[in-house]
Design a protein around this ligand. Structure first.
Ligand code: COA
Length: 148
């Protein structure tokens, strides 16, 4: 997979898999750096890095095209995002995911993130539509971080 930064023609449909709010996606695309992963010229994944606090970067959107999920692209993108953050001199990397996102919680912890907190009712407050995954209502944001 080849990973490169893009500044336009963002794969919004793909990004909606990670974040159902197009409004929020467009907001952080203005401030963040967007990278796509391509395999044989086809987009297979995307991630966005956003500077938050001093020396801190957040992985705010990561998604793999549905038919290509479970093949290792997601893990490769997370590892690449961590390496890019290190290269750019960040000291801390953060990521957040829903309380119901069991696979994502596994993926992030396998890539070195540890749970640092819970944003209670984050999804109830910021998202109009109800989110349900794995039969679990998604209401709280689990915050994870790692030192780079
Ligand atoms: N069941 C259980 N665990 C799974 C899984 C499944 N069906 N698919 C992935 N995982 C977990 C495993 O722990 C796996 O680790 P392993 O390689 O040690 O087995 C790890 O995720 C990485 O798998 P990978 O194939 O690299 O993941 P992926 O390419 O499917 O990408 C996502 C992972 C989350 C990016 C992808 O599934 C996706 O785009 N989901 C929708 C968008 C989304 O939820 N984004 C994150 C928002 S917080």
């Amino acid at each position: 997979m080849e990973i490169r930064r893009i500044n336009e023609a963002y794969p919004i449909e793909l990004m909606l898999l990670a974040d159902p709010s197009e409004k929020l996606i467009k907001q952080y695309l203005k401030r963040g750096k967007c990278y796509i992963g391509e395999e044989n010229g086809e987009i297979v994944g995307v991630f966005v890095l956003l500077s938050t606090r001093p020396e801190t970067v957040e992985l705010v959107n990561i998604a793999v095209v549905e038919k290509h999920q479970g093949k290792g692209f997601g893990k490769a993108l997370v590892i690449d995002a961590i390496n890019k953050a290190k290269e750019h001199g960040y000291k801390v990397m953060e990521v957040g995911t829903g309380n119901s996102s069991i696979d994502q919680l596994a993926l992030y912890q396998k890539c070195g993130f540890r749970i640092i907190g819970v944003d209670i009712d984050f999804f109830t407050i910021h998202y109009e539509e109800e989110i349900n995954e794995n039969g679990i209502p998604c209401v709280d944001m689990i915050r994870l971080a790692q030192l780079l």
